[in-house]
Ligand binder design. Structure first.
Ligand SMILES: Cc1ncc(COP(=O)(O)O)c(C=O)c1O
Length: 390
């Protein structure tokens, strides 16, 4: 195996937002200037307009803009009535906020292992927790639509019905994903989105949004996002300041017009990776890799938003370094499962608690995927991986 970067290899970025920004520069600048003129820097006209078009786009009754995806998850839980004395089951294989938002809402996180094919929370593992000694205190499930693919909503809806649970979606990575024709964000009792700059639909800073079909949950989210006020300076509950900026609302409103096309291009990129890896003879069936690459899989009946294109490979860390030497972007989402994070030692989980999540954390590698990624860049990525594996 050669460790010297091929002299002619072109760098490939993990993400290049300038390719999205430059064609939209005039439109985005105009939208920002409008906010400056309006002087509505917090919530205001541009956020309200974005909330309106977002509900139409998602097919959901309400959208409540806030200041990050983390806050959106906390707001979704709190406004759906999940809090102190209650437990919420979530996945150990996600960004930290999926669990910390539960703690922030005053509830207790419980975890169940993931499905090794989709990396999403396993309904069978959740059912085992519900039927175990800790099951009685569970009031909600918080599945994550990881990498842009919906968690198994048919199974979670059945479990929620049988056990009388709220269903909260962590849709941070899933703008444009759907499950049996229903878009992420319209599936559960409430959902939290993130518009962090790397997301499919992205702000120019931190921003997030709660969506729900419940009038009551939406009203509570609006109240909790500004210190529990329904009337100015009358605080009915302890909320927090988590309002969306006017600039972010304006940018998101512009970008929403283009998201269908961008997500379609992401599908094209994902399809091309499949073809290139197969043509290079690198693909193994999975779910676990022994020598080559296990490719991501779109579940029948669901639409993947291809937020990330995540392969599984046994010598993952060495491949990550090899690609970095060649200036080819790749990322590890996530190297440490949430239950093994230092800050969450107190939850009582340990190494071995969730073997699928722990194994995935050693084998997953996200490759560059964004709408403007070119075919020659994808060929460079796959050729470099073929070289590493040869
Ligand atoms: C699955 C998941 N949940 C929650 C979040 C939190 O979103 P934010 O970074 O906007 O607070 C993120 C984003 O990083 C995420 O990927």
């Amino acid at each position: 195996m050669s460790q010297n970067p091929s002299p002619n290899a072109q760098p490939v970025p993990m993400l290049d937002l300038k390719r999205q920004y430059h064609p939209l520069q005039g439109e985005l600048m105009g939208a920002l200037a409008h906010v400056l003129e309006s002087e509505q820097f917090i919530l205001g006209e541009s956020v309200a307009a974005f909330e309106r078009v977002a509900t139409e786009w998602l097919g959901v009754a309400h959208a409540v803009g806030c200041s990050s995806g983390s806050d959106a998850l906390w707001l979704a839980l709190a406004s759906a009535g999940v809090g102190s004395g209650q437990s919420v089951i979530t996945t150990p294989f996600s960004f930290f906020a999926s669990t910390s938002a539960i703690l922030h809402a005053g509830a207790t996180p419980l975890m169940a292992d993931i499905d090794p094919v989709t990396f999403n929370l396993s309904p069978a593992a959740v059912e085992a927790v519900l039927n175990g000694p800790q099951g009685a205190a569970v009031r909600a499930l918080l599945p994550v639509h990881l990498y842009g693919q919906c968690a198994d909503w048919t199974s979670f809806a059945r479990l929620a019905k049988e056990h009388d649970l709220k269903l909260i979606e962590d849709a941070a990575q899933a703008w444009g994903a759907s499950w049996q024709g229903v878009k992420a964000g319209a599936l559960g009792d409430a959902a939290g989105f993130s518009f962090y700059p790397t997301k499919n639909l992205s702000a120019a800073g931190d921003a997030g949004m709660v969506t729900t079909n419940s009038d009551e949950t939406a009203e509570r989210a609006q109240m909790l996002r500004q210190h529990g006020m329904r009337r100015r300076y009358h605080h009915d509950e302890i909320g927090w300041n988590t309002r969306m900026d006017g600039f972010q609302g304006a940018i998101l409103q512009v970008k929403l017009k283009y998201i269908d096309g961008w997500n379609q291009l992401r599908r094209t990129v994902a399809k091309r990776y499949h073809a290139l890896f197969h043509a290079a003879g690198l693909v193994e069936a999975g779910p676990y890799p022994s020598h080559g690459v296990v490719l991501p899989h779109e579940v029948v009946g669901s639409r993947h938003a291809w937020h990330q294109f995540v392969i599984r490979t046994p010598r993952r860390d060495a491949l990550h370094d090899f690609l970095a030497e060649r200036k080819i972007g790749s990322q590890i989402y996530y190297p440490i499962p949430i239950h093994l994070q230092e800050a969450l030692k107190g939850l009582g989980y340990r190494e071995g608690s969730f073997p699928e999540a722990e194994r995935a954390a050693h084998e997953v590698l996200a490759l560059p995927i964004f709408p403007e990624l070119r075919e020659d860049e994808q060929q460079t990525v796959v050729a470099a991986i073929a070289e590493f594996l040869s």
